[in-house]
Design a protein around this ligand. Structure first.
Ligand code: FES
Ligand SMILES: [Fe+2]
Length: 405
């Protein structure tokens, strides 16, 4: 996982219906809720008392209440009530949960995963204009798959696999017909054209900051009239935008942990149907259908391949790339650089012992979490809060970059 980045973790509408929302991302159990002013709060879900999951609890005033013994935590992470000690009890300041910076934008909740920084020092969200300023009606959903995010991202940075992986499901006839068929043959040549286009030509890669833009033509060698022009815009850490003349979609491939990835998929209205459908609601019907087609058909076909790929994690040197894999290669190179840069900046204390390479599957605990956990195992008086806390706006969790995969 690349530290010091904003990751979308959920749709904003999923948080704040009077209940805490639990989610696993970046190898951590998190709880999300809204305070009484409607502000989004994201915290480590592990109760420092005895480790119950706060997402199983309930909202109580401006706090989230643990389901086990009713300890209550405020938006700043501090424990506000310990019912077993009575209302007048002095609560140790160290009894608190780590609070992570989150933002809401473009219908998603974005989590800052990385070093602790003051709110003003956090960078802006990295969202390419093709996504941030996209005026098209769209629909969004998400699902979890048992693959490492590098393999998932890799599968969306090239499209010459489609004629092999997506050749055989009966449902693909919808793609064949609508996206590849010709009017002259009433779409009946769709499958033929789809499977005949196997070559990638005119490929061009441009890099601008954290964004990589790759354009290419997917073409039938014997008949270049059968060509689909693609533009893939990848923005670190995990956003893939795909655009052709026929369709447009954005994927966010967000680490759940080292063995799982959340695929948040947004599908946009089809340009061909826009003039026919006036109401925005109607213009979202076909994108919805496409999301579920992707979720249950095409994405399942991709995952079937990815689950059996070796090694599970893609990084420099594990693949024999060909020239048209240049976007894959660039992604891995920049990913590696960003991880190294974050590691170079990470605080030297304690955590750096594992800088040489942590075992996969190891979560990257926040300092606050770690301290509280240590206290729970120790004298029960609550833990310290790592590096700084109590600033009212909550404490950003520090993630040792060296543990990131
Ligand atoms: S485990 Fe949360 S209050 Fe006891
Ligand atoms: Fe695919």
């Amino acid at each position: 996982m690349i530290p010091n980045q904003w990751y979308p973790i959920l749709e904003a509408k999923e948080v704040g219906n009077g209940k805490p929302t639990g989610v696993r991302r970046m190898g951590e159990e998190l709880v999300l809720w809204r305070d009484l002013d409607g502000n989004l709060v994201c915290q480590g879900a592990r109760c420092p008392h005895k480790g119950a999951n706060l997402a199983d609890g309930r909202m109580k005033g401006n706090t989230v209440e643990c389901p086990y013994h009713g300890f209550r935590y405020g938006p700043d992470g501090a424990c506000k009530a310990v019912p077993a000690l009575g209302s007048g009890a002095r609560i140790p300041g160290s009894l608190r949960v780590p609070t992570h910076p989150v933002r809401e934008a473009h219908g998603l909740v974005w989590l800052w995963w990385g070093e602790e920084r003051a709110e003003a020092d956090l960078p802006d969200l990295q969202i390419a204009p093709v996504v941030a300023d996209n005026p098209k009606a769209h629909a969004t959903t998400h699902w979890t798959r048992p693959v490492h995010y590098t393999r998932y991202i890799e599968s969306l940075l090239e499209f010459y696999h489609i004629t092999y992986v997506h050749r055989d499901h009966w449902f693909n006839y919808i793609d064949y017909l609508f996206l590849y068929g010709t009017a002259r043959k009433l779409g009946l040549d769709g499958k033929e054209r789809y499977l005949a286009a196997t070559k990638i030509v005119n490929h061009k890669l441009e890099t601008e900051g954290q964004t990589l833009r790759y354009s290419f033509d997917h073409q039938e060698e014997a008949d270049p009239r059968n060509t689909t022009h693609y533009v893939i815009t990848f923005t670190f850490p995990c956003q893939v935008h795909v655009q052709t003349e026929q369709f447009e979609a954005t994927s966010w491939l967000v680490p759940v942990d080292d063995g799982h990835t959340e695929h948040i998929l947004r599908w946009y209205e089809y340009p061909a149907f826009k003039p026919l459908l006036r109401a925005e609601k109607l213009r979202r019907v076909l994108p919805w259908a496409s999301l579920y087609m992707e979720k249950w058909i095409q994405d399942v076909q991709d995952v079937r391949i990815m689950e059996r790929q070796e090694p599970k994690i893609s990084e420099g040197g594990v693949s024999k790339f060909i020239p048209v894999d240049e976007l894959n290669a660039k992604y891995l190179a920049i990913r590696s650089r960003l991880i190294q840069e974050a590691a170079a900046k990470a605080p030297p204390a304690g955590e750096t012992a594992e800088a040489a390479g942590p075992p996969a599957g190891r979560p990257a605990p926040a300092n606050g979490r770690k301290a509280a956990g240590a206290a729970a195992n120790g004298n029960g008086s609550g833990g310290g809060n790592g590096s700084g806390s109590g600033n009212g706006s909550g404490t950003a969790a520090t993630v040792p970059a060296s543990r990131a995969r």
